[in-house]
Design a binder for this molecule. Structure first.
Ligand SMILES: [Zn+2]
Length: 365
């Protein structure tokens, strides 16, 4: 009995060691991006969370050191198109993996910021180390001293044309679609694929296709359409923080003085049997629900998907945009049947037409 217990103990310890070893972090990819403020962003994808340090050697070389292994598919040498660097390298060293970025300018410690992005279960994005380098002193100074501030416009619904008066911004809610300014936001894009279905269909692809169909319906009816993106691109910049990326989309609607904002997404769930269609809004005024409900009714009827209703949510883009705004979750990409639908041109057009009909009803046309 005792001997058997000992054998069990040895087996259990071996199992534990094996598990720990297999769970050791690994660098699986290295990417870079440059945003519109010329901030160079290095992104190190990991299999698991890992310890890391960021150093600047001799004011000239950025070094990201990661405790962990090096994945077999990682590119070891790469070029960078930036004012700050032209190339990077990835190598093993005693402690793990080191990413080196020789800088073309002197870089100091305050120029570098780093953080870890947690694994995102809903989009399948791995944990990542993000390192931003910026020698743009003007921008840093203004951020530090609060010289720039974002002022949210006062919400004043009106019956008339959408004309901003001073700090006030009006949005029209009646009079038909003609002349109405509508911002369409195809979810995700560029470095962010969004949800990915079991067959590999990406949320960023079908959200843009639906957006394009919707744009053509609206334009034909005389509406003035602005898009947050028209191609497979990030709106703010590659690998941006979620806040920067989403605010950039809100900014498009503010700049265009939109009367309505429509963000197009697909849902995903670990349970592949879950499906349905839903619309989300944030009640900034009574018009958010009114817009959402009009669109949701049309989408549910046209798609014949399970009607998950018009629901209140805290999503950034619907909350932070000043005009009535909705975020559509058009089916579940994680559901086999719905993935097939979502990737078909017929369904994309049907949804676009339903959203168009909802907007038409909302504006009383
Ligand atoms: Zn999404």
């Amino acid at each position: 009995m005792r001997r058997r217990f000992f054998a069990f103990l040895v087996w259990a310890v071996c199992l534990l060691v094996t598990c720990t070893a297999s769970a050791a972090a690994m660098v699986t990819d290295v990417n870079w991006g440059v945003d519109k403020f010329n901030v160079l962003r290095m992104v190190v994808d990991l299999s698991e969370n890992a310890r890391y340090t960021v150093d600047i050697a001799n004011d000239r070389e950025l070094q990201i050191k990661v405790s962990g292994g090096l994945g077999p598919k990682v590119i070891r040498r790469g070029t960078i198109k930036s004012d700050l660097a032209k190339s990077f390298s990835v190598d093993r060293d005693q402690a793990g993996v080191v990413v080196r970025v020789p800088m073309t300018k002197k870089v100091e410690r305050p120029d570098v910021k780093s953080f870890i992005l947690k694994k995102d279960g809903s989009t399948g994005r791995p944990p990542r180390i993000v390192v931003d380098v910026s020698t743009n002193k003007v921008k840093n100074a203004s951020m530090k001293y609060g010289a720039t501030s974002v002022r949210r416009p006062v919400i004043r619904p009106s019956q008339g044309p959408s004309t901003p008066v001073g700090n006030r911004v009006n949005f029209a809610t009646t009079g038909g679609l003609k002349g109405k300014r509508i911002t369409i936001d195809p979810g995700h894009g560029g470095s962010d694929p969004g949800a990915i279905g079991p067959k590999g269909n990406k949320e960023k692809t079908s959200s843009l296709l639906i957006a394009n169909y919707l744009k053509s319906y609206l334009t034909s009816a005389g509406a003035l359409v602005s898009m947050t993106r028209t191609s497979d691109k990030d709106v703010y910049g590659p690998y941006a923080s979620a806040k920067n990326e989403l605010q950039a989309r809100v900014d498009v609607s503010t700049r265009n003085r939109a009367d309505a904002f429509v963000s197009i997404h697909h849902n995903a769930n670990n349970n592949r049997s879950i499906g349905g269609i839903a619309t989300y809004y944030f009640p900034k005024s009574g018009y958010d629900y009114k817009l959402g409900n009009a669109i949701q009714k049309k989408m549910a009827a046209a798609s014949k998907l399970r009607n998950l209703g018009t629901q209140q949510a805290n999503f950034y883009v619907v909350k932070r945009s000043y005009m009535p705004a909705v975020l559509l979750e058009v089916g579940f990409l994680s559901n086999y049947r719905e993935e097939q639908l979502i990737s078909s041109a017929w369904f994309q057009k049907t949804i676009a037409k339903a959203v168009f009909d909802g907007l038409k009803e909302y504006f009383g046309g």
